[in-house]
Design a protein around this ligand. Sequence first.
Ligand SMILES: [Zn+2]
Length: 87
Amino acid sequence: MDEKKFLRQCMCCRTFKKKDDLIRLTKDFKTSEIKINTNNEIQGRSVYICKNKDCIEKAFKKNRIEVLLKSKLPEDVKIDLYTVLKK
Ligand SMILES: [Zn+2]
């Protein structure tokens, strides 16, 4: 069995982790809005980020999420990302 098949790569630190250890951000293919894809219910292009402050802040700093997904990252999604960290 290829373990890597079940792992996803963090867009910031490039570490491969289990899906549960990452936050999935998806650009909704219908609305082009970037959302946190908690239950895999949104379809579209996705990026993964570690559930840690370093990776999330790095992603914000260089607008890497917006560049990768070619869409604006809404302010409320940024706030939600910090909320995820506190859980
Ligand atoms: Zn990371």
